[in-house]
Design a protein around this ligand. Sequence first.
Ligand SMILES: CC(C)(COP(=O)(O)OP(=O)(O)OC[C@H]1O[C@@H](n2cnc3c(N)ncnc32)[C@H](O)[C@@H]1OP(=O)(O)O)[C@@H](O)C(=O)NCCC(=O)NCCS
Length: 198
Amino acid sequence: MLRFPGGLYRGSMELRPPDPPLSDRIVSLRPWTLDDVPAIAAACDDVEIARWIHALPSPYRVSDAREYVVSTESAWKDGLGVFFAVVDCASGDVAGSIALQVLDRELANVEVGYWTAAPARGRGLTTRALRLLSDWALREAGAQRVQLRADVLNTASLRVAEKAGYTREGTLRASGFNARQGRRVDYAVFSLVAGDAT
Ligand SMILES: CC(C)(COP(=O)(O)OP(=O)(O)OC[C@H]1O[C@@H](n2cnc3c(N)ncnc32)[C@H](O)[C@@H]1OP(=O)(O)O)[C@@H](O)C(=O)NCCC(=O)NCCS
């Protein structure tokens, strides 16, 4: 670790699996396994996910889910991303997905992304998962900044960010392109930084 006048500089951050696994007893986060493929395929073949996460295939097939799980396994090994199933502790079912990807290893900047299966929405599970993962990233994993971008039209996602305590910094106007909708996307940018953690 290097020291700079402004504080600690983490050097080359690597994300490793939390031990013990993250849980608030309502949701728990664990790495994906191939057993989750049917649940991922069922959840991601969904209009809202297709609308807001335009990089995902639509229709979404079992083979897409399998490819995703395999890709997360290799990203975990590289230390450049952590990809979790969000499990509803009451039922044991997969409720959704949450992931962090390293944006800048030297600066320890990471970005978070998520989706939640339609039947599990509206119960606060995504907000819980986001709080758990952000807290771990900043307190345990060495991240200095967790960034979250959401389409300014994606009201539910904007609300999740606010509820999880993120600060809205501004808008990256026309910074994305939603090929499915044929429009450029304004992204609201939020962050949680190490100094915000309570
Ligand atoms: C965004 C998403 C993950 C939210 O999941 P969720 O589990 O329902 O989230 P939570 O229950 O924690 O919170 C949702 C909040 O948004 C609000 N909300 C949901 N839909 C809304 C809408 N259309 N307009 C206004 N608010 C809305 C809910 O009321 C709730 O806020 P509240 O607690 O103040 O009432 C889910 O809708 C989803 O998977 N969408 C498709 C994929 C996606 O958009 N991913 C994010 C990409 S940035």
